[in-house]
Design a protein around this ligand. Structure first.
Ligand code: APR
Ligand code: PHB
Length: 389
């Protein structure tokens, strides 16, 4: 098989790139290690920056998102019983869209099917060959048979545990990482959200987040120990802890119900540089990870896809390699700012095991400054709705 672009990974990054390229007459193939159902079973965040919304529109995949998504013009920040709102619309003129990543991925799969796109599932042993040459190729195995795809470019959209990043030699790669000493225990419940906006809450007991997917599907998180497992937490224990971490006015109106999903995610900041090696380009979680506090996971993948998509258009339509030559530089410039926002927001609202009384005073002063200062709120809002591409 020969394709112009071979995309490794059938998550949101890979599917969005494939669909965008298709609409410009650039052919691609997506290699996915798992099954479609497995990919769609993953529960991920659901905050879309306007940049991601615009890419979905450009990909022709926005009809259900525009119909079912929710516009959010602000959020609530709380610390103990102290709470305040940050109005994105007033401060930036922009907003975010609430639309689950699972639905984004589902819509992209449906669009690839409708366009006759090629997504190869259960692709095992994916190996990238000659990425640092002008004739790269990719091999993979399905049903015991090895296959080869010759291509012009390889897009590594295969997530943190994928093969793409590891294809770049260690003496070329520079990796930066911070592992946080806590995780997020998350549940989904078929209950009405406790509030019409998200609530990011810090407390002496730790962080909590009240989010949602729709009017009767809520998503809640509490910071937990890395030694915890979901089985350690009954639903009642979760609800009790959540009530203790959010302002009383919200705790009193919380509607609880059985969890339909319960999982623990570790928190990590990670970036690999460069995001390009020869004809291989890393996108999304293959290149970087953020703690979910700033809701930047999918949105940083989106800006990578934007830069790579524009670079490939410039190459194929104008014969100019400037865009792909500057891909890594442009993608990383935005990635590091999102890493900073995610790291800072995590530090603002989480309890660290080794915090001193002075550290706690500094944390409370940070929250108070965000509460009282227009410039601080504007900076938070600009980061949350998404910095320019
Ligand atoms: N070969 C083929 N496919 C692979 C391989 C491999 N060796 N390794 C991983 N994959 C697949 C995974 O099964 C997954 O479906 O690549 C896909 C990567 O998808 P994501 O991990 O969702 O990463 P990405 O598409 O960059 O999306 C980033 O998704 O994980 C969230 O928080 C993240 O919101 C962010 C967004
Ligand atoms: C979610 O709805 O899952 C969610 C929302 C905001 C975040 C993280 C997760 O910052």
């Amino acid at each position: 098989m020969r394709r112009q672009v071979c995309i490794i990974g059938g998550g949101p990054s890979g599917l969005l790139l494939s669909q965008l390229l298709h609409r410009q007459g650039i052919d691609s193939v997506v290699l996915e290690r798992k099954t479609r159902d497995y990919v769609l079973s993953r529960i991920r965040a659901g905050i879309l920056e306007t940049g991601m919304v615009n890419l979905m529109r450009e990909a022709g995949v926005s009809e259900r998102m525009d119909r079912e998504g929710y516009i959010h013009e602000g959020t609530v920040i709380a610390h103990g019983d102290d709470r305040f709102g940050i109005n994105f619309k007033d401060l930036t003129g922009d907003h975010v869209m609430i639309y689950g990543q699972t639905e984004v991925t589902r819509d992209l799969y449906d669009a690839r099917d409708a366009a006759g796109g090629t997504v190869i599932f259960n692709a095992e042993g994916v190996t990238i060959h000659d990425a640092d040459s002008d004739a790269p190729y990719v091999t993979y195995i399905t049903e015991g048979t090895e296959h080869r795809i010759d291509c012009d470019f390889v897009a590594g959209c295969d997530g943190f545990h994928g093969v793409s990043r590891r294809t770049i030699p260690l003496d070329v790669r520079r990796e930066y990482e911070k592992v946080y000493p806590f995780g997020w225990l998350g549940i989904l419940s078929e209950t009405p959200p406790v509030h019409d906006e998200l609530i990011y809450a810090g407390s002496d007991r730790g962080f909590a987040l009240c989010s949602m997917r729709n009017d009767n599907l809520s998503r809640y998180y509490v910071q937990c120990s890395l030694s915890d497992s979901p089985e350690d937490w009954t639903d009642d224990a979760f609800w009790d802890e959540l009530r203790k971490r959010i302002p009383q006015e919200f705790a009193d109106q919380l509607i609880t119900g059985p969890s339909i999903e319960k999982s623990i995610a570790p928190l990590r900041s990670f970036v690999t540089e460069p995001m390009r090696w020869g004809r291989l380009f890393l996108c999304g979680d293959a290149a970087h990870i953020v703690p979910p506090t700033g809701a930047k996971g999918l949105n940083t993948a989106a800006s990578d896809i934007h830069y790579l998509y524009q670079g490939l258009l410039q190459f194929y339509h104008e014969g100019d390699s400037e865009g792909i030559d500057r891909y890594s530089e442009k993608a990383l410039a935005r990635i590091w700012k999102a890493e900073r926002f995610s790291w800072a927001t995590t530090n603002l609202l989480h309890r660290y095991p080794d915090q001193s009384p002075f550290d706690l005073k500094m944390q409370k002063a940070d929250v108070a400054f965000l509460r009282d200062n227009h410039a601080a709120q504007t900076a938070f809002a600009q980061n949350y709705v998404g910095l320019p591409y």
